[in-house]
Design a protein around this ligand. Structure first.
Ligand code: TRP
Ligand code: ZN
Length: 478
């Protein structure tokens, strides 16, 4: 189908529809209106960024995505990715156009509610102009046919994010952004959406992604792998891994548990032994945080020098093998699984609140170590508290220090200081009520402080959090 503006007649009819939905009538139009742009002047383009204080251009404005449905084909030999993204969304303003984040890939054809739309690449954004304006509150469906050779995004302070090619395949993951390197997306955690992937690859490689595995279809030397995450995810928590893996599928707690280890590692590697603790760790965390929030579980290990981290990809964390090189490591499994409650099910509204993810995931490590009889949470706190650099505020660390000690260690110390201040019964009740109340949602530091004060029976915790989250000096021992 032709790219670009639709015929004048179609556009004019679309105006009538838009006006009718907006509560106007076609009679409001003067005859000249037929010559004017195809949307009323009150309709405006959605913003090119979600307005995050740290990363103003991440994400977009004017709509709210409900779901991504990707049907893609990847050719490891050429590095080419192509296919269709179907995005269901709702307008949050009267929209004349809107942005999607899409880096280095080319959209060949875009439709909105089945009508051809104009699209134009603008840096790492795709600007879509539908044939008719979209009225605030209206649900709409965008279909993007796209292809290209995906490239990662460079972030000087935070490292590479997104799609990387490997010898036998590719993988895509990263924080704070990665999704736009492989699909058109509203790439900010405040806009959570469900996620379904059908990825077709040559026979001989596996495809891992988020959620529940679906039916596999094979033919003509290719296999289509299906994965469905039916609980809304923040876009940086979507991932795909393509390559040669040993895939172990079991059921835990009635849910699919899929653990994938690189074929390059021996079957009884430290990585395999560590990930085999996933079920036990999940069960322990459920005793602390409440029921596991997702429909599937598992983990994927990447044997790749470029991956010196692990990431809490929703319902199935991805771990760099670097964690397991010299010995098994359960702590990192605890950390990534703790994020399933703190970070994934309850996601950030703004990147500056990252301590809500990392402080709690680190505190979960402390709880686990105490449970294992290694050292108490108090001992972990004491270790961290002495000789700490207090100059970086945990509650607003700055974009370059998103993953610094002030966020992880001082974040966990803040959690412990809260526990000491409100007492164990209120604290452990809060550890469960917070994920329950914000399940599948987003939350801010202010909301957490309010929840903590409520858990503490109305106690004012303003000073405590001011000192621990925002002060630049050593806070007094609680
Ligand atoms: N959020 C990850 C964790 O703590 C760590 C992380 C920081 C990361 N930056 C990243 C992971 C970039 C992948 C890419 O578990
Ligand atoms: Zn973390």
């Amino acid at each position: 189908m032709q790219r670009g503006r639709t015929s004048r007649t179609a556009a004019a009819m679309a105006v009538v529809t838009a006006l009718a939905v907006a509560g106007c009538t076609a009679d409001d139009k003067t005859p000249q209106a037929a010559e004017s742009p195809s949307v009323p002047p009150s309709f405006a383009p959605g913003a090119e960024g979600a307005g995050d204080a740290y990363f103003p251009k991440y994400g977009n404005g004017g709509y709210d995505v409900a779901g991504y449905d990707l049907k893609l084909d990847y050719a490891p030999a050429s590095g080419r990715l192509g296919g269709t993204a179907t995005i269901t969304a709702t307008a949050t303003q009267d929209l004349s156009a809107f942005h999607l984040d899409l880096a280095r890939l080319t959209a060949a054809e875009v439709t909105v509610d089945g009508q051809p739309a104009t699209s134009k690449a603008d840096g790492n954004e795709l600007v879509v102009t539908p044939a008719a304006g979209i009225v605030k509150g209206k649900a709409f469906t965008v279909v993007v046919d796209y292809s290209g050779k995906p490239q990662p995004l460079q972030n000087e302070a935070l490292g590479v994010g997104g799609w990387l090619r490997t010898k036998d395949g590719a993988f895509a993951l990263g924080q704070p952004e990665s999704a736009s390197t492989w699909f058109p997306v509203n790439d900010h955690p405040s806009d959570k959406a469900t996620f379904a992937l059908a990825m077709t690859v040559p026979d001989g490689v596996e495809v891992l992604s988020n959620g529940v595995p679906g039916e596999r279809a094979t033919g003509a030397g290719k296999t289509t792998w299906r994965w469905t995450e039916s609980k809304p995810l923040a876009s940086y928590l979507a991932f795909v891994v393509i390559g040669q893996y040993r895939v172990q599928s079991t059921i835990h707690d009635g849910k699919p548990m899929v653990i994938a280890l690189p074929a390059s590692l021996p079957a009884s590697s430290n990585a395999a032994r560590s990930l085999s603790r996933t079920a036990a760790v999940t069960d322990f965390l459920a005793t602390q945080f409440g029921p596991y929030p997702f429909d599937a579980n598992g983990g994927v290990v990447l044997d790749d020098d470029r991956v010196g981290y692990a990431l809490e990809t929703q319902s199935r964390p991805v771990y760099g093998n670097t964690f397991f090189v010299s010995q098994p490591n359960t702590t990192v499994v605890v950390h990534e699984l703790a994020h399933q409650w703190y970070g994934d099910s309850v996601a950030l509204s703004r990147w500056q609140d990252i301590w809500l993810n990392e402080g709690f995931a680190t505190y979960a490590e402390w709880l686990w170590q105490e449970h294992e009889g290694e050292r108490t949470a108090q001992q972990s706190f004491d270790r961290a508290y002495s000789g700490f650099d207090w100059s970086v505020p945990t509650g607003d660390p700055g974009p370059d220090r998103l993953f610094g000690d002030a966020v992880y260690q001082r974040g966990a110390m803040t959690v412990h200081a809260l526990r000491r201040t409100i007492g164990d019964p209120a604290f452990f009740a809060l550890l469960k009520s917070w994920p329950a109340e914000h399940r599948d949602g987003n939350a801010t530091t202010e909301e957490f402080i309010a929840a903590a004060e409520q858990a503490a029976g109305g106690k004012d915790l303003g000073e405590l959090f001011e000192a621990w989250l925002f002060g630049k000096q050593k806070p007094p021992l609680p």
